[in-house]
Design a protein around this ligand. Structure first.
Ligand SMILES: CC(C)(COP(=O)([O-])OP(=O)([O-])OC[C@H]1O[C@@H](n2cnc3c(N)ncnc32)[C@H](O)[C@@H]1OP(=O)([O-])[O-])[C@@H](O)C(=O)NCCC(=O)NCCSC(=O)C[C@@](C)(O)CC(=O)[O-]
Ligand SMILES: NC(=O)C1=CN([C@@H]2O[C@H](COP(=O)(O)OP(=O)(O)OC[C@H]3O[C@@H](n4cnc5c(N)ncnc54)[C@H](OP(=O)(O)O)[C@@H]3O)[C@@H](O)[C@H]2O)C=CC1
Length: 425
């Protein structure tokens, strides 16, 4: 790799330039070649003007493969699920797991509500319990303020639903935290509830004589839980030994946070891939999932695995899934809109339920592989193409090198380089 020195990172007004001008500027200060301009200048199916309207200081786009998971039967309907991920074997794993539960009806899903929570932090009150009641007495005023803030949401059947007020003991003193509970319908709802929190905050300060500070949603969206369950028949999964291996793997994740982190990472392989494909906020969903997994004080599994009366394996997942069809990049990114069309999804609730089913499928596939052959066999076989590319293979060479790596059982770059040399001779 060439060593280069960036002449300066202080570039006043970079944000006022066009993406093309910015790219030229970046190439100039980093000393990169004009090839970079050609590469980043090709923004694929997200045109540079749209990209420029989405984030700041745009110089190009970062393309991630979009795959489609097959075999998914969700609430009696077949659905093809688009997944955007850079990791090999993630899409295959969902296809594989979903295929093995079709005979028992696939995935059954459900949702708690689509309620988001916005928090308003109040400090500077000597008697926080008293302030708590003062705020609660104003519930109808709070409702009015929230609903006036977002009449469009109200028109779509959403808006203020409830409030709760908590007294927390902080290092800086007591704080009174008001939760606004808002139905955000088909929006993820961050902007909607943040606006409400900002509108309500001065009133809370006035009613209590305190001072409000933070006014922001909580990503622990535990009033927006998506659920999915499925049964894997013993004869579909390879018998009781496989089932018991999966149950032991779950047990491990449930009692050990070191294992639970990896277990849930596997679930998020699927969840985040659909969240990204639909232009939703992956960080918000990830934060919610992990906070929910730690809600009892011990970080543990987002899924539960059991055996039914016939000895079949049953799996369930329940997790916060704050995703929308409106707002954020869900409408502005053309691929995100197509992803929803592929799934024929028209409500945020259906999207969340489908994502939960994908998370459960992903976990089944990973646990089955781990409890049987080990993850490397399937994963590395599919990762072999990446390794071939890393070794320099192009075009038809990629398949040839990948096949040889899998046959050898050594999916390594050094081995790939040797094979590539042989292929080229
Ligand atoms: C990789 C497989 C699927 C092979 O599994 P297999 O049984 O060798 O595959 P198969 O060739 O017998 O095919 C079975 C089905 O799998 C699907 N399938 C098979 N190959 C493909 C493919 N190329 N593209 C798309 N779909 C594929 C497909 O549905 C196929 O059925 P068909 O369509 O042929 O009737 C299996 O070993 C598996 O599910 N492994 C789990 C892989 C995984 O979890 N990957 C995630 C990355 S590892 C990680 O990050 C998470 C982890 C593991 O750490 C989490 C944890 O620790 O819990
Ligand atoms: N901590 C976090 O997670 C944070 C996330 N974000 C970002 O916020 C964005 C999501 O915010 P969000 O509020 O969803 O997006 P938007 O504000 O862009 O869109 C939501 C708005 O769309 C309008 N709307 C139209 N039709 C509907 C419908 N059927 N259902 C619901 N609303 C409808 C509503 O009113 P109206 O038209 O009046 O707005 C609603 O407020 C994401 O980009 C996320 O990354 C931002 C801050 C913090």
């Amino acid at each position: 790799m060439k060593t280069m020195t960036t002449t300066t990172s202080r570039i006043p007004g970079l944000h006022k330039m066009s993406p093309e001008e910015r790219l030229q500027k970046v190439v100039e200060v980093t000393g990169l070649s004009e090839d970079v301009v050609r590469h980043l200048g090709n923004t694929g199916n997200l045109d540079s003007a749209t990209a420029d309207s989405m984030i700041e200081n745009v110089i190009g786009t970062m393309n991630i493969p979009l795959g489609v998971a097959t075999n998914m039967l969700v609430d009696g309907h077949d659905v093809l699920v688009p997944m955007a991920t850079e990791e090999s074997s993630v899409v295959a794993a969902v296809c594989n797991a979903a295929r093995q539960c079709r005979s028992t009806g696939g995935f059954k899903t459900g949702m708690s509500n689509s309620h988001m929570i916005a928090q308003v932090q109040l400090l500077g009150v000597p008697n926080p319990e008293f302030a708590r009641l003062q705020i609660l007495e104003h519930k109808s005023d709070v409702q009015l303020i929230c609903d006036e803030t977002d009449p469009v949401l109200l028109k779509h059947g959403g808006g203020f639903r409830d409030m709760e007020v908590r007294v927390l003991k902080g290092r800086t003193g007591p704080m009174v935290v008001t939760h606004l509970i808002v139905d955000t319908r088909d929006a993820m709802g961050a902007n909607a509830v943040n606006s409400m929190a900002e509108a309500v905050a001065p009133h809370i300060a006035k009613w209590t004589g305190g001072k409000t500070y933070l006014r922001i949603l909580s990503n622990l969206a535990d009033r927006r839980l998506a659920r999915a369950r499925a049964t894997w028949a013993l004869d579909e999964i390879g018998g009781a030994e496989v089932r018991d291996g999966i149950l032991a793997a779950y047990d491990f994740a449930d009692i050990d946070p070191y294992r639970a982190a990896t277990h849930n990472k596997g679930i998020m392989n699927g969840v985040s891939a659909v969240v990204l494909a639909t232009g939703n906020d992956c960080r918000a969903v990830e934060a919610g999932a992990h906070a929910y997994a730690a809600r009892t004080g011990q970080y543990s599994s987002l899924t539960r695995w059991e055996t039914d009366a016939d000895g079949n394996l049953t799996g369930t997942i329940e997790m916060p899934l704050a995703v929308g069809l409106i707002g954020g990049a869900t409408r502005s990114h053309p691929t995100a809109r197509i992803a929803l069309d592929i799934m024929n999804i028209t409500t945020a609730e259906r999207l969340a339920c489908t994502i939960a089913a994908v998370g459960l499928a992903q976990n089944f596939a990973a646990l089955k592989a781990l409890a049987t052959t080990g993850i490397q066999k399937g994963h590395m076989a599919l990762h072999a193409k990446n390794i071939a590319v890393m070794a320099g293979a192009v075009g038809a060479e990629i398949e040839k090198v990948a096949d040889a790596l899998v046959k050898l059982g050594k999916v390594r770059v050094d081995v790939a380089e040797e094979i590539l040399n042989e292929v080229r001779q």
